[in-house]
Write a protein that binds this ligand. Structure first.
Ligand code: PBG
Length: 326
């Protein structure tokens, strides 16, 4: 045999050949757009640390979701910023809370054309900015927080959410939410569990967007430590046993090994969250002219798919859908 070392290059010669042998594809069906809706504003508010992302009014949100559906994006996930915050995050499960109002309006606007997901957590709604209720000593109280999560999930399902995505990393949150949904006549509402959510410095810009930076301490007591990969299997097994329909790794790029191992270990759909810091780093470098932002975004999302994610939550969803569709 002569020159076997030249064989692989034969299949890289033309764009058509490369397309033919591509092992991984990125499709608009793989994208979920995270969206922020804020109570009490009259105009959409740009988020300085996330160029191109805004806090929506109810009206601008409706328009944006209609346009994302027209681009073929199959899902959005909503985050709410209430006008008033308190210790228990009362607006999170209020029938007229900002996300519930948005869900009702979006159901009306797009029906089942697009999957409406709601992030279920307390940090956007509490005055202390933590994802759970506090004890008198300032500790996060796991079990009383579960009652709040269950009530939030039911309020979101009542308002029309098809998928509830608990992101607070309390123990037992998936089981508590599943039981509450079943007991309140929402057996068809699915749960996308943030199963392996790491305590990451990459959430910085999101905390500007959702106005939810913790007022003291940090989230390392409940989110996972970046050193641990095996622990992600343990966390995820618990979520699946408690009834998670889909599981998630967050952030994405620094945790491709975790995505890959969850893909191999579980047969439910695996999502990855390409988070705010991952988005903003690309945007910032592109604005300086140091990288080609669109090419880097495509490469990132393809890598996340290659690692094993079935779909990706990303602030690039609109841009990528436009690029893929053109
Ligand atoms: C918590 C939540 C956070 C994000 C999604 N849900 C912030 C946090 O855990 O501090 C971050 C998402 C992102 O950075 O894009 N409700």
């Amino acid at each position: 045999m002569s020159f076997p070392d030249q064989r692989p290059r034969r299949l890289r010669r033309t764009p058509a050949l490369r397309r033919l042998v591509a092992e991984t594809r990125l499709h608009v069906d793989d994208l979920v757009a995270p969206l922020f809706v804020k109570e009490g504003i009259r105009e959409p508010q740009p988020i300085e640390s996330m160029p191109g992302v805004v806090q929506h009014t109810q009206e601008s949100l409706r328009k944006e979701v209609r346009s994302l559906a027209a681009l073929g994006i199959p899902g959005v996930i909503l985050f709410g910023i209430p006008a008033a915050k308190d210790a228990r995050g009362s607006e999170a499960d209020a029938a007229d809370g900002v996300v519930q109002v948005a869900l009702r309006s979006l159901r009306d606007e797009v029906g089942d054309d697009l999957v409406l997901m709601a992030d279920a957590c307390l940090d956007e709604y509490t005055d202390h900015g933590h994802c759970g209720l506090l004890t008198a000593d300032g500790e996060i109280d796991n079990d009383s927080t579960l009652e709040r999560y269950a009530s939030i999930a039911v309020a979101q399902a009542d308002a029309g959410a098809a998928v509830i995505a608990p992101s607070g990393m309390m123990d037992g949150q998936v089981g508590a939410i599943r039981a509450a949904l079943d007991a309140s006549h929402h057996p068809d509402t699915a749960i996308l569990a943030y199963s392996a959510k790491y305590a990451s410095a990459l959430y910085g810009p999101f905390r500007d967007a959702a106005e939810c930076a913790p007022q003291f301490g940090d989230r390392r007591g409940y989110q996972m430590q970046p050193a641990n990969a095996r622990e992600a299997l343990d966390e995820t097994a618990l979520d699946v046993a408690e009834g998670a329909d889909m599981i998630m790794v967050k952030p994405a790029l620094a945790y491709l090994d975790v995505i890959s191992s969850l893909r191999q270990s579980f047969d439910v759909p695996v999502a990855a969250y390409h988070v705010s810091g991952e988005y903003s780093m690309v945007k910032a470098a592109a604005e300086k002219g140091w990288i080609d932002g669109e090419a880097v975004a495509l490469e990132h999302l393809l890598a996340i798919r290659r690692a094993g994610a079935d779909f990706v939550l990303t602030y690039f969803a609109r841009d990528i859908a436009e690029t893929l569709g053109s």
